[in-house]
Design a protein. Structure first.
Length: 245
């Protein structure tokens, strides 16, 4: 097989000879991997990282320059497929979710790809913002520094059915126990801006504790002990540095 078909151009020539319908042409030979969540484009002239993708490469999203001149506001709530389809269509209209990157493949080579993830981009922005309101800070830090990078690596490298994926997925799911609510976002010319968020279920956010006009049950003098304790290490480091010159 590989002696007969040395590359994409040979495959396209064979398809043309045998009248096999394919969307690729000699002028547009890049591969397209498309589903309802995401579309990726790789190969052909895109293998040159300095090559600018032609305007008609993108299938899912409107060019941000051609997107509507008026922003669209959405209120995103947690929910099933209908929510995704609604957000996906709105994001496509406003050119949201395009990226052009050079990534590192598992086998050690670099690969350039152009990707479209309109609805996923909006929902991720909304979800990450809601986590800021409804997720414990240290839980989020642990998830982002430990669970997420490893889980993403397993997905990318095709190890979804590995036992470690189950462990990490369970940790990721547990981190979401308090994350529920709604987020208002604005879509405009390829961008997503969060306008506000609400979560009636969370007890983590207390406006009285964070108020600049009301001390609540916080005693400012308590901060002195914390500052002095944290400063011990820094004072020792500074003294050592001064002694060393």
């Amino acid at each position: 097989f590989f002696n007969t078909f040395r590359g994409r151009s040979d495959l396209l020539a064979y398809a043309k000879e045998k009248r096999i319908p394919v969307v690729q042409t000699a002028a547009k030979p890049w591969s397209v991997d498309e589903n309802m969540f995401h579309t990726s484009y790789e190969g052909g002239p895109l293998e040159d990282p300095s090559f600018t993708p032609p305007k008609d490469l993108w299938k899912m999203t409107v060019d941000p320059e051609d997107a509507p001149d008026s922003p669209e506001t959405l209120v995103v709530r947690t929910g099933p497929l209908a929510l995704f389809e609604y957000v996906n269509n709105a994001a496509r209209r406003h050119g949201v979710g395009r990226i052009d990157i050079v990534e590192n493949r598992f086998i050690g080579i670099k690969s350039r790809g152009c990707y479209e993830t309109p609805g996923g981009t909006v929902l991720r922005a909304a979800h990450m913002d809601l986590e800021g309101l409804a997720m414990d800070g240290q839980v989020r830090k642990t998830r982002d520094t430990t669970v997420t990078p490893q889980l993403a690596g397993l997905f990318y490298n095709g190890l979804y059915f590995s036992p470690e994926r189950r462990v990490l997925a369970a940790a990721s799911e547990a981190s979401q126990a308090t994350v529920t609510g709604s987020v208002t976002v604005k879509l405009y010319k390829g961008g997503v801006a969060v306008l506000g968020r609400e979560s009636r279920a969370t007890k983590l956010y207390n406006p009285e504790q964070s108020s600049m006009d009301d001390l609540g049950d916080m005693d400012p003098e308590d901060a002195g002990g914390v500052i002095r304790t944290l400063a011990v290490r820094l004072k020792n480091f500074g003294a050592g540095a001064a002694k060393a010159g």
